[in-house]
Design a protein around this ligand. Structure first.
Ligand code: R5P
Length: 291
């Protein structure tokens, strides 16, 4: 209990000054409760409302792919430049330093490797997500896949129910099926389906007409990087996505498979947070590469 001596009466009540009702900086999340907003704010920089998520969850489906053979050697040095880390729980617990102080977007479904057909039918236990103090949970949706669409939408709905209960936002990750046309109509629909079913963040792919995908999605969209591109092209992809309204990137291979991943993540961040042009960002990449 506080010391009872010298308790002073309050006298600065600001009579006549209307109470400030803080607005919230992240699209479509103003009605969330405080805990979820706090987690979203850890992911999306309050100054820019954007994020650079570093995705290194690939191993849960493809094993030790190039750049992810040794998380301690290749990914840990990148973490300080990321706003958020996206990975599966086994890597989080075994390889991400617990004092890194970065928000975690936890890959929260599983069930498939690249050796078989898509089959994400296992969800992690919400209690484990809470124990790991994650800031968001990522769930894949296979929109348009005849065998997996219903199951993956059900997965999202279940995680949104649980996430809402405990204030943990959910990110819907749109998968690209082999037979799907990768255009704005498809990604616009898949993104909207994620948001309509309660996703607080949507991860999808950049495409022509992306501004329509963003406009019709009531929550922030981050783009996946996709397969490795030459650095300048990857920066151009980031630039076009941000220019069309994306709230950031959730990028993996184009960072950790870069010839200089530490330089690349900083160049990506300069596009996302500082509105660098492609040429400026590429120049920064070249400069940092020399160091
Ligand atoms: C998506 O489901 C994967 O888990 C990756 O996180 C995602 O594809 C982002 O990585 P990349 O930028 O390498 O495509």
């Amino acid at each position: 209990m506080a010391d009872l001596d010298d308790i002073r009466e309050g006298n600065k009540f600001g009579i006549g000054i209307e109470q400030k009702n803080p607005s919230f900086h992240i699209k479509g999340t103003g009605n969330l409760l405080w805990g979820a907003k706090d987690r979203m704010t850890r992911i999306f920089n309050p100054q820019t409302a954007r994020t650079v998520m570093l995705a290194f969850d690939h191993g849960f489906i493809m094993g030790p792919t190039s750049g992810l053979e040794r998380i301690d050697l290749t990914i840990v040095p990148l973490m300080e430049y990321a706003d958020c880390l996206m990975c599966a729980r086994g890597i989080l617990q075994s390889s991400v330093p617990a004092n890194i102080n970065k928000p975690i977007c936890l890959r929260s479904d599983a069930g498939t490797t690249i050796l078989t057909e898509l089959n994400d039918n296992v969800l992690i236990d919400i209690e484990d997500a809470i124990r790991m103090n994650v800031s968001a949970m990522a769930i894949m949706l296979a929109i348009g896949d005849p065998t997996m669409e219903a199951r993956t939408i059900a997965n999202l709905c279940k995680m949104v129910d649980l996430g809402t209960k405990y204030g943990i936002p959910v990110m819907g990750v749109t998968a690209v099926g082999k037979d799907m046309v990768r255009d704005a109509r498809y990604f616009g629909m898949a993104s909207r389906v994620c948001a309509e079913n309660g996703a607080n963040i949507v991860k999808t792919y950049y495409c022509e007409g992306f501004e329509n995908v963003v406009a019709a999605c009531p929550v922030p969209i981050v783009i996946a990087g996709g397969k490795k591109l030459p650095e300048k092209e990857a920066l151009e992809l980031c630039y076009m996505a941000i220019n069309d309204g994306a709230a950031g990137v959730d990028m993996g291979r184009n960072v950790f498979q870069s010839e200089d991943p530490v330089a690349m993540i900083q160049a990506v961040s300069s596009v996302v947070h500082q509105n660098y042009t492609v040429d400026q960002a590429f120049e920064l990449f070249e400069e940092l590469k020399q160091e």
